[in-house]
Ligand binder design. Structure first.
Ligand SMILES: Nc1ncnc2c1ncn2[C@@H]1O[C@H](COP(=O)(O)OP(=O)(O)O)[C@@H](O)[C@H]1O
Ligand SMILES: CC(C)(COP(=O)(O)O)[C@@H](O)C(=O)NCCC(=O)O
Ligand SMILES: [K+]
Length: 279
C-alpha cells in the first residue's frame, strides 16, 4: 500500500492506495494542530511500503511526521517546490517559497490539461496560473471562507455555509448576522475567483481550463460563471505525477482526474470583463 499525505493548515488528509490495482482503499483526515496517534488517526503502517507527502504546515509538524514514518516505512518522498518539474517552470522568484500544495496542484493541472488555472479552496484560497507551454505565472493568495469568517469575530464561526443552498440565496443580502457574514464572505470568494480568472486570461490572451480543489471547492464552484471541473484529489495527483509508483501512475493516469473542463470563448470572457470594469 502507498500512504499519501496532504498536510494543510487546517486538516491533514490521508489516503491509502493499492500499489497493484491503483485503487484507493481508504481515506481520512485529522486536525493539523492535534497530535497524531498512529494506528488510531492514521492507518496501520505495517501494510505501507511507500509514503508521499505534501505539507504546508509548520516545519516541526512535518519533521515529526517524517521521523515517525522513516522508522517504519522504506520509502518516504517529501515533495518540495522547485524551479522546474514535469515541464512546468515555477513563476516564483524563489521557487522553494511557493506552497508545495500549490505547486503540486499546478503540476497535476498541467499534466491533465496542458495549461490551467488551479484554485485550491482550503484555509487559504489560492489561484495559480500555468500557460499551455508550462510557464507558471505565479498566483494569488486570499483568506479562505473559514478564515474570513473567524477574523470577523461575530460569533458566527460555527455556522458553516450549507453547500446545498441555492447560489441565488447565498448571494442575497443577509437578514441576520449569520446570513450577512456567510453571504458576504461567499461573495468575496467567488467574485475574486471569477475576476482573477478573467483578468489573467485576458492579459495572457488565452482561455485556460479552470480546476478546483480543497475543502470548500464545491461550494465556491457553484458561484462561478465560467465552466470548470472539480478535482478533490488534485494535490495527491501532483504527488502521483512527481513520484509515480503504480503501473497506472507510470502510464500517466492520475487518480480522480475529472473530464477536461470546457474553456469559455476568450472574446466572451473579455466582454464580460469590460462590463465589470465599466461598473
Ligand atoms: N468536515 C470538515 N472539517 C473541516 N473543514 C471542512 C470540512 N468540510 C469543509 N471544510 C472546509 O474546508 C476547509 C479545509 O479545507 P482543506 O482543503 O482541507 O484545507 P487545508 O488544506 O488548508 O487544511 C475548512 O477551512 C472548511 O472551510
Ligand atoms: C498559501 C498556503 C497557506 C495555502 O495553504 P492551505 O490553505 O492549503 O493550507 C500555502 O500554500 C503556503 O503556506 N504557501 C507558502 C506561501 C506561498 O505560497 O507564497
Ligand atoms: K489552499
Amino acid at each position: 500500500m502507498i500512504l499519501d499525505l496532504d498536510i494543510g493548515n487546517t486538516l491533514s488528509k490521508w489516503r491509502l492506495k493499492d500499489t497493484v490495482s491503483s485503487e484507493i482503499r481508504s481515506r481520512g483526515a485529522v486536525w493539523t494542530r492535534e497530535e497524531w496517534r498512529p494506528g488510531a488517526d492514521i492507518p496501520d503502517l505495517d501494510v505501507v511500503t511507500a509514503v508521499r507527502i505534501s505539507s504546508v504546515a509548520r516545519k516541526q509538524v512535518l519533521d515529526e511526521t517524517v521521523e515517525l514514518l522513516r522508522k517504519q516505512v522504506g520509502v518516504v518522498h517529501v515533495a518540495h517546490s522547485t524551479r522546474e518539474a514535469l515541464g512546468v517552470t515555477c513563476g516564483y522568484e524563489e521557487p522553494q517559497r511557493l506552497g508545495v500544495d500549490r505547486w503540486l496542484g499546478a503540476l497535476a493541472g498541467h499534466h491533465l490539461t496542458g495549461g490551467c488555472c488551479s484554485v485550491d479552496c482550503g484555509s487559504a484560497i489560492t489561484v495559480d496560473f500555468v500557460l499551455p507551454g508550462g510557464k507558471h505565472l505565479g498566483g494569488y493568495i486570499l483568506p479562505g471562507l473559514r478564515l474570513m469568517k473567524e477574523s470577523l469575530k461575530l460569533g458566527t464561526r460555527n455556522v458553516a455555509i450549507d453547500p446545498d443552498t441555492e447560489v441565488d440565496t447565498l448571494l442575497a443580502p443577509g437578514r441576520n448576522t449569520v446570513e450577512a457574514v456567510n453571504h458576504g464572505i461567499y461573495m468575496a470568494a467567488v467574485s475574486a475567483v471569477n475576476r482573477l480568472y478573467a483578468e489573467v486570461c485576458d492579459r495572457e490572451g488565452v482561455a485556460l481550463p479552470l480546476l478546483l480543489t480543497g475543502g470548500d471547492a464545491r461550494v465556491v464552484a457553484r458561484g462561478l460563471r465560467v465552466p470548470h471541473a472539480l478535482w478533490p484529489d488534485m494535490v495527491y495527483a501532483g504527488l502521483e505525477a512527481l513520484y509515480p509508483l503504480t503501473a497506472a501512475e507510470r502510464a500517466g493516469r492520475l487518480s480522480g482526474a475529472p473530464d477536461q473542463p470546457r474553456v469559455p470563448d476568450l472574446e466572451k470572457l473579455r466582454s464580460g470583463l469590460a462590463l465589470t470594469q465599466m461598473l
